[in-house]
Design a protein around this ligand. Structure first.
Ligand code: NAD
Ligand code: MG
Length: 374
């Protein structure tokens, strides 16, 4: 791996991707962020990329003047993001959060770039489009999401053998074991405390509602070309077994490790090579592993994702956007925790359904979902 374009460099995955780049002397050709100009500037000073892009156009001038005279090209907005995603490079790392990650993901694969994808939302909204392009261009799409990285690793070396079942593990989030009644009074600060992982705010809330597992179910169906019924969600509170695959002969192959995203991020960059990483080694003497069924009555988001996937078309896109909007409202104290699934269910019933999906339909669906929920 010689060089990467890193989208979303100021976030949880983005900063850890830079740790990996530093450890392995990987050049950073371009960096981008949503609006955190301050951190983006200091990252640009440290990694000397040729291109720096900020989505928030109001920060463009500050960014440009802070980095002037360093030979860097400064870009902004969605156009800038899509332009850097299409630059010639070994791998584009998409660590943007939410639906904003879709257009740059599409730009990366359209231009034939290898894509390391943390941004699961782009596969939920437009998995069909992205995976078709990946096939057409003959490029690799490397999952960064820990569960999907695990499944990818379990499938390596399977030859012609098809998996019988994917076992997608879930930590269960901070409200594991709660009843519906208990969920009614949970607060934002409780929802933002994930037991095992330190992540961005949106995915932390997605983990608390378990919509994260709903999104990952859809992500797995697109990445590994399996039927939704072949994906079993298993709650494993310790997050040591990152996921597993069951084969016809009854063998179950799993991937384990300490919960540290730098492991899957690094593998997405160095694959098929495995290199030393900054993560602690796993000691099986120090962990007890338990497994349980998710409570889909209490965590209704899993069922919403299953039904959106079953109906197909733009339903996963509606669900994805409605979830993003509802999580945003919850984080701004506009709605309660239990209103998140209510908003999503309402959007799935009321936003216009389209059986087919293309880029314009995704844009239109997201716009309509936003207008109807706001
Ligand atoms: P984060 O909020 O910490 O970081 C998000 C990054 O995206 C930031 O750099 C931000 O500036 C940028 N961004 C936000 N809005 C943008 C916009 N409109 N245009 C361009 N850039 C924008 O999020 P995160 O936790 O790093 O998650 C990133 C993605 O990775 C998400 O899709 C998440 O589901 C996935 N993921 C994260 C983890 C994790 O451990 N954090 C694990 C698995 C998957
Ligand atoms: Mg995950």
């Amino acid at each position: 791996m010689k060089d990467i374009v890193l989208l979303g460099s100021t976030g949880s995955i983005g900063t850890q991707a830079l740790d990996v780049a530093k450890l392995h002397n990987i050049n950073v050709t371009a960096l981008s962020a949503g609006s955190n100009a301050e951190l983006l500037i200091s990252q640009a000073e440290e990694f000397s990329p040729k291109y720096v892009c900020i989505d928030d156009e109001s920060k463009y001038r500050d960014l440009k003047s802070a980095l002037s005279g360093k030979g860097m090209e400064i870009l902004c907005g969605k156009e800038g993001l899509c332009a850097i995603a299409a630059l010639p490079c070994d791998t584009v790392v998409n660590a943007i959060v939410g639906t904003a990650g879709f257009a740059p993901a599409l730009s990366a694969v359209t231009s034939g770039n290898r894509l390391a994808l943390a941004n699961k939302e782009s596969l939920v909204a437009g998995g069909e489009i992205i995976t078709a392009l990946v096939k057409e261009k003959g490029i690799s799409l490397m999952p960064i999401d820990s569960e999907h990285s695990a499944i990818f690793q379990c499938l390596t070396g399977r030859g012609e053998n098809k998996p019988k079942k994917l076992i997608l593990t879930a930590s269960g989030g901070p409200f594991r074991g709660y009843t519906s009644e208990m969920l009614k009074s949970v607060t934002k600060s409780q929802a933002l405390k994930h037991p095992n992982w330190s992540m961005g705010a949106k995915i932390t809330i997605d983990s608390a509602t378990m919509m994260n597992k709903g999104l990952e179910l859809i992500e797995a169906v697109w990445l590994f070309d399996v039927l939704p019924e072949q994906v079993e969600i298993v709650v494993h509170p310790q997050s040591i077994l990152h996921s597993a695959v069951e084969f016809e002969d009854g063998s179950v192959i799993g991937q384990m490790g300490v919960p540290d995203m730098r492991i899957p991020i690094q593998l997405a960059l160095t694959y098929p090579e495995r290199c030393p990483s900054c993560a602690k080694p796993l000691s099986l003497f120090d962990v007890a592993m338990t497994f349980e069924k998710p409570d889909e009555k209490v965590f209704s988001c899993i069922g919403l994702a299953r039904s959106a996937l079953k109906k197909g078309g733009n339903m996963p896109c509606i669900m994805n956007k409605a979830n993003e909007i509802a999580v945003g409202m919850f984080l701004r104290d506009k709605i309660s925790f239990c209103e998140i699934p209510d908003k999503i269910a309402w959007a799935l019933e009321n936003v216009s359904f389209s059986k087919t999906v293309d880029y314009d339909i995704i844009v239109e669906t997201e716009k309509e979902t936003e207008e109807m929920l706001n």
